[in-house]
Write a protein that binds this ligand. Structure first.
Ligand SMILES: [Zn+2]
Length: 224
């Protein structure tokens, strides 16, 4: 597993199984937050890294969405370290197997029912900040997909909202994306937040993504 410090408070941990699979460790005053949980083989490496990092205990796991390559290590991590797991309430019925993900024939649970808690929302339906990260709804790849913005470090952890190639934004993998047109529309969050750096689960970092956004939209709106 490859570990990289990407900003003052954030590290990326990446493994390869045909494609890169990335999770992020985010430190704050109280401890660390894990964003996404990759595949089961990453559990030991994630726990060892958090231990060595010495920035305090794992406090919680937050998910961008519930696809199996984003939740795989949860079970083994919780066996060692029982912490709460959070996801968007809109993602729950799909990840818990009550509804099939769009364009899938069958419902299939990727986590045990009741394992994940809904991210807190205020009365206007805005997500509340969690350990320096603000969740934003960015659907399309999956119905309840969220991205996490670390305002202080100006880093956007975008999950599967995009992939990347040679430092350029690419659309998410078509085969696993429920509604590509919606995913492309959700890219507007980049213009709203103007991050200095954007991280994707299946690819490498993208710097100053806002500069690429109009090209991205031009290329991908016509495809959907
Ligand atoms: Zn996915």
């Amino acid at each position: 597993m490859k570990v990289k410090k990407i900003s003052e408070h954030i590290w990326s941990l990446q493994t390869w199984v045909l494609i890169p699979i990335t999770v992020w460790v985010v430190a704050d005053q109280k401890g660390v937050t894990l964003v996404d949980a990759g595949i089961s083989g990453m559990a030991k490496g994630i726990l060892t890294f958090i231990d060595k990092l010495d920035c305090g205990p794992l406090q919680h796991i937050v998910l961008t969405h519930g696809h199996s390559d984003h939740v795989g290590a949860i079970k083994r991590i919780l066996e060692h370290n029982p912490v709460p797991v959070y996801a968007n309430a809109k993602e729950m019925p799909y990840m818990e197997g009550d509804l099939p993900y769009p364009r899938r024939k069958k419902a299939q649970a990727s986590v045990v029912k009741g394992l994940a808690n809904p991210l807190s929302e205020d009365e206007q339906g805005r997500f509340e900040k969690i350990s320096g990260l603000t969740p934003y709804f960015a659907p399309g790849h999956s119905p309840g997909h969220v991205v996490y913005y670390h305002e202080e470090d100006k880093v956007l952890l975008s999950g599967d909202l995009f992939t990347s190639k040679n430092g350029k934004l690419q659309r998410p993998m078509a085969m696993f994306t429920g509604d590509m047109a919606e995913a492309v529309r959700s890219a507007a969050i980049v213009d709203r937040l103007k991050p200095a750096r954007l991280e994707v689960c299946h690819g490498q970092s993208v710097f100053h993504p806002t500069d690429q956004l109009s090209d991205y939209l031009k290329t991908n709106q016509s495809k959907t």
